[in-house]
Write a protein that binds this ligand. Structure first.
Ligand code: FES
Ligand code: FES
Length: 159
């Protein structure tokens, strides 16, 4: 048994120590926000926060997690009461298919917790590990800027 703390709740998990956190979240705990994209640490669809840092849950074995709190998108808010970063993504209509968005929100959440007033370059570098196959990156960046309380970038500058 491995005890995980997810969104403030403790769970005793009966699984092999090398089981990826993503599988436990989705299959054991019913937390389906984090998505399986590549399973290889290349897309970020599975991003959650561990100990304050954004991690690829597809590559994170649960053996590494006792005593290290995990936060998933479900821990940030609900559909009825979304958290501030979630609200910014909704306002900027950052989702197209939506598959990448939970991971994007979690990476933005970790970035803004670490750096509440980021520069444009910090936002771009910070969000860089996560991919959006629909190509809504400009709206995603706008959402992160909004969540950080930054002025919107003018279209001519949004390259
Ligand atoms: S599913 Fe984890 S990085 Fe792609
Ligand atoms: S909105 Fe479809 S992959 Fe990002």
């Amino acid at each position: 048994m491995i005890t995980l703390t997810v969104n403030g709740h403790q769970h005793a998990i009966d699984a092999e120590p090398d089981t990826p956190l993503l599988y436990v979240l989705r299959d054991e705990l019913g937390l389906n926000g984090a998505k399986f994209g590549c399973g290889l640490g290349q897309c970020g669809a599975c991003t959650v926060i561990v100990d304050g840092s954004a991690v690829f849950s597809c590559l994170t074995p649960i053996a590494l997690l006792p005593g290290r709190p995990v936060t998933t998108i479900e821990g940030l808010g609900t559909a009825a009461a979304p958290g501030p970063v979630q609200r910014a993504f909704i306002t900027e209509q950052a989702a197209q298919c939506g598959y990448c968005i939970a991971g994007m929100v979690m990476r933005a959440q970790a970035l803004l917790a670490r750096s509440p007033t980021p520069t444009e370059q910090e936002i771009r570098d910070g969000m860089n590990p996560n991919l959006c196959r629909c190509g809504t990156h400009m709206r995603i960046l706008a959402a992160v800027r909004r969540a950080a309380g930054m002025a919107p970038v003018q279209k001519a500058d949004a390259r």
